[in-house]
Design a protein around this ligand. Structure first.
Ligand SMILES: [Zn+2]
Length: 222
């Protein structure tokens, strides 16, 4: 009886077959990356900090369309452009647009006032009419200011930093990239002082990052 030797011959892989497999692997990896790409955290109806007063606009075509905000990629900072006006006055202006008489579309999620008060006009689950082409993936913050320079007063500045830091933490945003000015969307001079003084804008974002750390530490210790 002839003993059968071990088969040593290896099947040669067809190069075309290998190329086909590699192509398929790349295609699958690409599809997976596309499906799981970062589209920004979904907007949620989260509990806002104590200093925020919720005084929502009535749903209307001009200032609160009621359209869902599907994702939040950035926070956009604005200045109201009307020196000395309060957060409530600006909120009521947005509400007055509902009549359509002015023919103006405008609103904001939040308005930070001259005394550091904050009024929320639109739920975080809906879009506001503030940032043009970026309305559908951003949260907007309008900031009141005492004079034409558009510089925020210290108390207003600190509150804006605090609110922005909270938003960044809540929606997992990086202030270095995800906190932007209206100017960065449209080139509009808004918020004026922080467009004219880029170093003040850089300082603002650094202050937001520091405030995020402070809030984290405060939470740990509480
Ligand atoms: Zn603006």
């Amino acid at each position: 009886m002839a003993t059968r030797g071990k088969r040593k011959s290896r099947r040669r892989l067809n190069p075309r077959f290998v190329a086909l497999c590699l192509t398929l692997v790349f295609l699958l990896a690409g599809a997976l990356a596309w499906l799981t790409r970062d589209r920004g955290p979904a907007a949620e109806d989260v509990a806002v900090p104590d200093y925020v007063e919720q005084d929502y606009l009535t749903v209307n075509e001009w200032s609160r369309p009621g359209t869902g905000l599907e994702k939040i990629n950035d926070v956009v900072i604005h200045y109201v452009g009307n020196p000395g006006t309060t957060a409530h006055a600006n909120r009521n202006y947005f509400e007055s647009l509902a009549s359509g008489a002015e023919g103006v579309y405008a609103s904001s999620h939040f308005i930070v006032g001259l005394e550091g008060e904050v009024v929320q006009c639109i739920p975080l689950t809906e879009i506001a009419y503030a940032s043009n082409t970026r309305n559908d993936d951003t949260v907007s913050v309008e900031v009141c200011h005492p004079d034409e320079t558009g510089e925020f007063s210290p108390v207003t500045y600190d509150r804006t930093v605090e609110l922005t830091a909270w938003l960044c933490r809540e929606f997992r945003l990086d202030p270095a990239q995800d906190v932007i000015r209206h100017y960065d969307v449209t080139g509009k001079e808004c918020p004026r002082y922080y467009v004219e003084h880029p170093e003040a804008w850089d300082a603002f974002r650094a202050d937001v990052a520091a405030e995020m750390d402070r809030q984290k530490a405060a939470e740990k210790n509480s």
